[in-house]
Design a binder for this molecule. Structure first.
Ligand SMILES: NC(=O)c1ccc[n+]([C@@H]2O[C@H](COP(=O)([O-])OP(=O)(O)OC[C@H]3O[C@@H](n4cnc5c(N)ncnc54)[C@H](OP(=O)(O)O)[C@@H]3O)[C@@H](O)[C@H]2O)c1
Length: 332
């Protein structure tokens, strides 16, 4: 059986360590669909796993990478045929199932999404979990009544992967977007993605009262902690706040007042185990809203497997904007 390269996380005396190993298919988690991996990407969770800064890996050794796109090499699942192009995000890949940072990925048939016609394998991974989750926020907020004419939507952690896609998608869908970023030099980038206003968190008074002046018709939050608390207090009546991330913290110190006096909706966004019907709908919406130039605007880096640890460390240090691709076969 021929071997191939995989970036795996191993248990170490203190924490974990990541290195490139030669592995065979027998080393990978079980699954009916074997994929020749073309691309993966770097998400916050991948950076936590590879740098060892977060407890993401639930088995050892583990191939990291929560996303993969590629071509079916072999399938015991009759729904998939060799040669078919596919995308897989989440489902525990890169956590408790070997993931996308390997030249082969093996997954369950139920996890596989056929590559949408409008995308190619590279673009699908520029989207990856980050873009998928931003689109999930849009779909869920609209299912809950959000409309562009209600007013501005604020996006936090805006220069990151989720934030960049949220900025682009909401603006393509007709919303006025206020992008909050701690990166002083990201304003032009975010205006290029459609943001009409930029907020510097250092200049924001997050307030202390249960209700503050209602400013936002809706909000997409990648940070948690004080920014999410502030969003619950400053969202207008019947607006939606999509809670996606914890880049700043896991706390939420709000009161019931925004919910019972303003009818604010706090929507939990969970991408990993998103059911297939909703998953396909979200990919459809992504393909419909994104234009060719959006992918190049958001993809700010590309690395090979050996460069992934460095790229993950940069993401943890908040030096990255947009999305970094990971090249495996590089097939489009
Ligand atoms: N719920 C889900 O299913 C799901 C799916 C995907 C991601 N997530 C979560 O969403 C968050 C964003 O993921 P991502 O892949 O977009 O990561 P990312 O590319 O690193 O973006 C995160 C952004 O948040 C800001 N940020 C980072 N660290 C911060 C800190 N300590 N304090 C304040 N702001 C900070 C930065 O934006 P600025 O410099 O522009 O301020 C950064 O670019 C993560 O917490 C991730 O775990 C959740």
């Amino acid at each position: 059986m021929s071997s191939f390269k995989a970036l795996r996380i191993h248990e170490a005396e203190q924490g974990t360590t990541a290195r490139i190993d030669d592995v065979t298919l027998d080393d990978l988690s079980e699954g009916a669909v074997e994929i020749r991996t073309a691309w993966s990407g770097i998400n916050f969770k991948d950076a936590l796993a590879v740098t060892g800064k977060g407890k993401i890996a639930r088995k050892f050794p583990l191939v990291a990478g929560i996303d993969a796109s590629g071509t079916v090499e072999a399938s015991e699942d009759p729904r998939y045929k060799p040669g078919q192009k596919v995308v897989v995000t989440g489902w525990g890949m890169g956590e408790n199932h070997d993931g996308g940072y390997a030249e082969r990925t093996r997954v369950r048939g139920d996890w596989v999404v056929p590559l949408p016609d409008e995308l190619d394998l590279r673009r699908a991974m520029i989207v990856g979990t980050a873009g998928f989750t931003a689109a999930m926020a849009l779909v869920r907020m609209e299912q809950n009544g959000q409309r562009p004419d209600q007013g501005p939507v604020v996006i936090t952690g805006a220069s990151g992967g989720v934030g960049s896609f949220a900025t682009r998608l909401f603006s393509r869908a007709g919303y006025a977007v206020t992008a909050m970023t701690g990166k002083a030099d990201a304003a032009d980038y975010l205006r290029g993605l459609g943001a009409s206003d930029i907020l510097d968190p250092a200049q924001v008074d997050f307030g202390k009262r249960p209700l503050e002046k209602a400013e936002w018709a809706g909000a997409v939050d990648a940070l948690g902690g004080e920014p999410l608390t502030w969003l619950t207090r400053t969202t207008r009546p019947f607006g939606n706040v999509a809670a996606i991330g914890l880049a700043q913290g896991i706390e939420l110190n709000t009161t019931v007042m925004p919910f019972i006096l303003r009818g604010v909706n706090l929507l939990g966004i969970e991408s990993v185990y998103c059911p297939m019907t909703l998953r396909l709908k979200i990919w459809e919406r992504l393909a419909e809203l994104l234009h060719a130039e959006d992918f190049d605007a958001i993809c700010t880096g590309e690395s090979g497997l050996d460069d992934v640890p460095r790229a993950c460390a940069e993401l943890m240090d908040r030096k990255v904007r947009g999305r970094t691709l990971v090249r495996l076969s590089g097939e489009q």
